[in-house]
Design a protein around this ligand. Structure first.
Ligand code: IVH
Length: 666
């Protein structure tokens, strides 16, 4: 080895050590300046002597690699998820099950990290690829992004072949930082740490992931027997010694319910002060031979469960109640709150739905209120803290005129909502435009509330068809504060791409009163193209199951109105697809035309996947049971829906039945 090569090796090992100390042990011995100096020296040497460059050099951690598309990766062993439990009784059930099986009932308790799972593969100690979980069987190759995560070693302490699994997460502080910047740049805020982390690793350009300061916790060794390991605790220790970031401080070996409950209690108290988000704890049988004996279902290991924390409640002040006007003219009161972080995301507003809701909660402006948010659920105001009232709070007063156009609001008898009935109210227009671009409609990324308000106020977009002329304003858009070359081009591309959407998206996007995304799909499956829909009579619509006289009238009137016909003709001219592009041929006697509700856990398939299959065969799925429900599909541990189905005498299919039907599908 010549001197240059020696120096390169020396620098790599210095930098790797510093990275490890900083990002894994959280304890650095090198100053930032020294680190930068070594890194620059190494970069220069690798540039000057490319023959000594290496894909596992720490210089590869800075990002910059861009891929064209995500490759699919089939997992050697499926990446399973864990069954969720929500209280001590369910944990006890699990413990009793383990005790009955005559295995070693020692457990390891761990934090359940709120991120996305990743599988890391090393050959001869070098990272060769990293994959997402995907559907558990097949994931996506995200190596280029994972390489930029500082706590993921590119090279291990031993030259072994190994796969490890863990969670990629975004620290809470990073989400706050990113969102503060995005707010300034008027970009839509990232929802929560999990989506933010997942969005970061699903980027083709690794620069983005590298800027997002992601980190990892490694918690699973899929093939422990290859390394002569007997317990999960040993596996964690083994991975730690190889250089992985393992949560030594958090993981704990426990015996029996009492120690499990103590761990939960302590963790719940610490949780708020952790720099990363956790949404529960994981309880795993420690002995690997016991794990083996217990085995798996098709979806879960039988030797572990995830206890999920109850939804978090946080107190804040209700500063004001402001009113917004929806695209149908509906008026919604909204709580303006002192910003608080609930479950990893900042909450500043919460919907108060309508006047009755505010009155029933007895909210006054200035009240201290409890805010709750569970997972991805929209934040809600749970209650006002009456004991915290000072007497200075102001009563809530419902408005009588539209906050935007000033017209008198209307409230129909027996309805809870107030409406602005002025068809030309600008707020209704903007909301309609936002709805057209929304995810379930034309799915044009980048045309959210603030941007649309700007485009409307600037006169660039006054109605739907103007969206498709935005390219003529490219220069103006780039000059607007907060928009760059790249974001404008992305936006214009998204607009162009939306032209080829299947018709149900356009139909839903048109915002016909009462027509949701599911009804839009039902309609286009029947009518196939826009011309047939426009020619249909009110009776034609009414003859469709699930479409009552009001909806039928709404549809018919919409297609009779001259301005709507003109809009559709214009969109046609602009090249928008006007046909249903979905799977038209598929039909199954037991599925097509029926309305399904799914409840409980199905072991042979995700509920979501099954819903898609049912819909592909002309079935409809909904989340709640009504008299219109034809079939309730019941898995393990069904909820109250099962009881309701029996009560309403609705046909019930068990897992075996639906499985045999799905297996018989072509
Ligand atoms: S163990 C076969 N341990 O939670 C067992 N999972 O619902 C594999 N997760 O998909 C998972 N923290 O993404 C395990 N300490 C932890 C975890 C954890 C977070 C995630 C993981 C998994 C999901 C299970």
């Amino acid at each position: 080895m010549n001197d240059i090569q020696k120096r390169i090796e020396e620098l790599r090992s210095l930098i790797n050590k510093a990275n490890y100390e900083y990002y894994v042990l959280d304890n650095s011995t090198l100053s930032d300046q020294e680190f930068d100096k070594f890194l620059r020296e190494l970069e220069n040497l690798e540039m000057e002597y490319p023959e000594f460059d290496s894909p596992t050099s720490p210089t590869k951690k800075v990002g910059g690699e861009v891929i064209e598309r995500f490759k699919k990766v089939r997992h050697k062993l499926p990446m399973l998820s864990l069954p969720d439990v929500f209280d001590a009784i369910e944990i006890e059930d699990f413990n009793n099950r383990i005790l009955k099986e005559n295995v070693d009932p020692t457990y390891v308790c761990e934090y359940k990290i709120d991120g996305l799972s990743v599988s890391l593969h090393y050959e001869k100690g070098e990272l060769i690829f990293a994959a997402t979980r995907g559907d558990g069987i097949t994931g996506e190759d995200i190596t280029h992004n994972v390489k930029t995560i500082k706590s993921v070693p590119l090279k291990l302490n031993q030259p072994i072949d190994i796969e490890v699994r863990g969670e990629i997460y975004m620290p809470k502080s990073v989400l706050l930082e990113i969102n503060a910047k995005r707010e300034k740049d008027r970009l839509p805020l990232l929802q929560n740490v999990r989506n933010a982390a997942a969005g970061s690793v699903r980027q083709l350009d690794s620069k983005i992931a590298s800027e997002r300061k992601l980190s990892t916790w490694i918690y699973h060794l899929p093939n422990p027997e290859d390394y002569g390991i007997n317990t999960h605790e040993e596996a964690l220790d083994f991975m730690y010694k190889l250089g992985f970031k393992v949560n030594k401080e958090a993981n704990r070996v426990v015996h029996g319910m009492e120690e499990i409950e103590k761990y939960i209690k302590e963790t719940s108290e610490k949780r708020r002060n952790l720099p990363y988000e956790i949404d529960g704890i994981v309880i795993k049988v420690n002995s690997l031979s016991s794990q083996k004996k217990l085995g798996f279902t098709s979806k879960y290991p039988k030797w572990a469960i995830a206890y999920k924390f109850p939804a978090e409640e946080v107190l804040t002040t209700l500063r004001d109640i402001v009113f917004t006007v929806g695209r149908t003219g509906r008026i919604t009161p909204n709580a303006v709150l002192d910003p608080v972080i609930v479950m990893g995301s900042t909450v500043k507003r919460a919907t108060l739905h309508n006047e009755d809701y505010v009155v029933s909660k007895d909210l006054k402006i200035g009240d201290i209120v409890a805010i709750r948010k569970a997972g991805d659920v929209i934040p809600e105001v749970v209650e006002r803290k009456i004991e915290r009232r000072s007497g200075k709070e102001k009563d809530f007063v419902m408005i009588t005129t539209c906050p935007i156009c000033g017209s008198l609001l209307e409230k129909k008898k027996d309805q809870v909502d107030h409406y602005c009935v002025n068809l030309f109210c600008p707020a209704r227009k903007v909301e309609g435009l936002i709805h057209f671009c929304s995810r379930k409609a034309m799915n044009i990324d980048g045309l959210g509330i603030e941007i649309m308000e700007d485009l409307f106020n600037l006169g660039f977009v006054k109605n739907i068809s103007d969206i498709y002329y935005l390219h003529e304003h490219r220069k103006d858009l780039i000059e607007l504060e907060g928009y760059g070359n790249k974001s404008v081009d992305n936006l214009l591309m998204a607009i162009e791409d939306s032209k080829s959407n299947s018709l149900e998206r356009l139909l839903f996007g048109l915002g016909i009163s009462g027509i949701g995304d599911k009804t839009a799909l039902l309609l286009v499956k029947i009518f196939k193209n826009i011309d047939k829909l426009m020619e249909a009579s009110c009776e034609d619509f009414e003859n469709i199951r699930d479409i009552g006289p009001t909806l039928a009238q709404n549809l018919y009137s919409f297609f009779q109105m001259k301005e709507n016909v003109n809009l559709i003709e214009k969109l046609k001219e602009l090249g928008l697809n006007m046909k249903y592009l979905g799977d038209e041929e598929r039909h199954h006697d037991l599925i097509s035309g029926k309305r399904f509700v799914l409840t409980g856990t199905l072991s042979f398939m995700d509920r979501e996947k099954l819903s898609l299959i049912l819909e592909n065969y002309g079935g409809m799925t909904s989340s709640s049971i009504s008299k219109k429900t034809d079939v309730v599909i019941v898995g393990e541990n069904p909820g109250s829906k099962f009881d309701k189905a029996k009560e309403l005498n609705i046909e019930i299919w068990n897992e075996e039945k639906i499985k045999s039907i799905v297996n018989s599908l072509q």
